[in-house]
Design a protein around this ligand. Structure first.
Ligand code: DLL
Length: 440
């Protein structure tokens, strides 16, 4: 354990500084139990194990995890609502649901133990961002079936900090509360925080002058360029938090003060990176699909869950002293990618290029359309009132710069449209920036 780091931050957790050898032993013991729990209680998992001639006793080492079958989102849909439960309903104390961007919703369940683990990982996550018991933390993720609000809420309480449960929406009130209560940190989606910044600016409130110093942003992909914009406009330090309902909710991984990759709470969630096409496990450092196995989940264990999120494992030690490994920021989901005239494009590449141009706004949409039988991309970007109404020359220059930045990043010429202020829909939760009007 790194004592110096622990002394510096009294809310840090010893589990973040565990010796790797000890961690591996712990992971194996937990994995064996988790596989047994799923095998004995989840028909779908048992069936797949039996097809492969496997029993829980075949998991003798951590590497044996590779023999186990994957679980996918459609498994949750096909067994909706409770088919993957490994604990009886009398032990289940909470249900959450996620609709995702497409398709039928999925439901996830928690026992009292699961809720405790969840609060604990979120507590550790908040501590990673330098938050303490004397912080006042506004939770502006939606409360309800979405895991963001309640997940963050329990973590703040576990930290012993003060939670301000505003949930999403009513942006004016969010700002009033932030000012009046002396809020020091906020948890919400990065796109919602951009909306809050904008609303505050409209009222002449400078967030840089308020006590708020930390943002815990996640639930959607966002880029380093977006982080810089947020940090500059608000004077806070913006941290990336990752999680998904199927595994627990927020609190699977989080950035530390180094802001260089997200520490994954490996004592509860076992990560692998696979080639999304072949399913083959890739070595540390290679980009691929993140596969997660819950090691302690009781109500709904997930064995080798294919997240569709693309990242890589960073095995090198982190300057913060934590020994748990990191994953790179999730730039995209494999199903977010679109193919335009044979070129693979991720929305995050467009965001990075767009925001690398000075004077662009973080309010943008990506519209896919078909013209003369060819698929194309249009990027709609808002400009300021002043620029829009009378500075034609500047508009032209900005237009060209954006065009060039995007073309040199994705290798395709796109149509850039500078649009009037307030024409791009603002988001209070997860932003939907890609609008697909292509002929199918
Ligand atoms: O979004 C849980 C969460 C709430 C995470 C609050 C962080 C903060 P779901 O609604 O099930 O759960 O969506 C999970 O969102 O598979 C990723 O594709 C995406 N996602 C979540 N966090 C990040 C992030 C919550 N930091 C899906 N960066 C995941 C990129 C993210 N994508």
């Amino acid at each position: 354990m790194n004592n110096r780091a622990l002394y510096q931050n009294d809310s840090a957790s010893a589990a973040d500084y565990v010796q790797p050898e000890y961690l591996k032993d712990l992971q194996l013991i937990r994995l064996q139990k988790e596989v047994k729990l799923a095998f004995e209680n989840v028909e779908l998992f048992r069936g797949r194990m039996e097809e492969r001639g496997l029993t829980p006793e075949d998991v003798k080492t951590l590497a044996d995890i590779r023999k186990l079958p994957f679980t996918t989102k459609s498994d949750l849909r096909d067994t909706y609502p409770f088919g993957l439960l490994a604990s009886p309903m009398e032990k289940v104390v909470r249900l959450h649901a996620s609709s995702g961007t497409t398709g039928k919703q999925i439901v996830v369940a928690y026992t009292q133990e699961d809720i405790k683990v969840w609060a604990e990982v979120v507590r550790r996550a908040l501590a990673c961002c330098g938050l303490y018991k004397n912080d006042i933390i506004q939770v502006s993720y939606g409360y309800g079936l979405f895991t963001g609000g309640l997940g963050a809420h329990y973590g703040v309480e576990a930290l012993g900090a003060t939670v301000v449960p505003t949930s999403g929406g009513n942006t004016q009130r969010q700002i009033t509360v932030m000012q009046d209560f002396g809020v020091t940190a906020i948890c919400c989606t990065p796109s919602y925080f951009n909306f809050i910044i904008e609303k505050a600016q409209e009222q002449g409130i400078d967030l840089r002058k308020l006590p708020i110093r930390v943002g815990v942003f996640g639930a959607e992909p966002w880029t380093d360029q977006m982080r810089r914009r947020i940090e500059e406009a608000s004077g806070i330090k913006a941290f990336d938090i990752y999680g998904l309902s199927e595994i627990i909710g927020p609190g699977v991984a989080i950035e530390c003060e180094e802001q260089n990759g997200l520490h994954i709470f490996e004592d509860h969630f076992y990560p692998e990176i696979i080639d999304p096409d072949s399913g083959e496990v890739l070595p540390d450092g290679e980009l691929g699909e993140l596969v997660l196995t819950t090691l302690t989940k009781q109500a709904m264990p997930m064995i080798r869950y294919r997240t569709r999120d693309l990242t890589r494992i960073i095995a090198e030690p982190c300057a913060c002293g934590r020994t748990i490994r990191r994953i790179a920021r999730i730039s995209s989901r494999s199903d977010d990618m679109f193919i335009i005239r044979g070129v693979n494009v991720f929305p995050s590449q467009i965001e990075a290029a767009l925001l690398s141009v000075e004077g662009t706004s973080p309010h943008y949409n990506i519209v896919l359309y078909t013209e003369n039988g060819m698929d194309n991309i249009e990027v709609d970007v808002e400009v300021t009132e002043g620029l829009f109404s009378d500075r034609v020359r500047e508009m032209e220059t900005l237009h060209q710069k954006i065009n060039r930045a995007i073309e040199s990043t994705i290798g395709l010429r796109v149509r850039v449209k500078l649009v009037a202020p307030q024409t791009i829909q603002r988001s209070e939760g997860k932003a939907r920036r890609v609008i697909d009007h292509r002929n199918k």
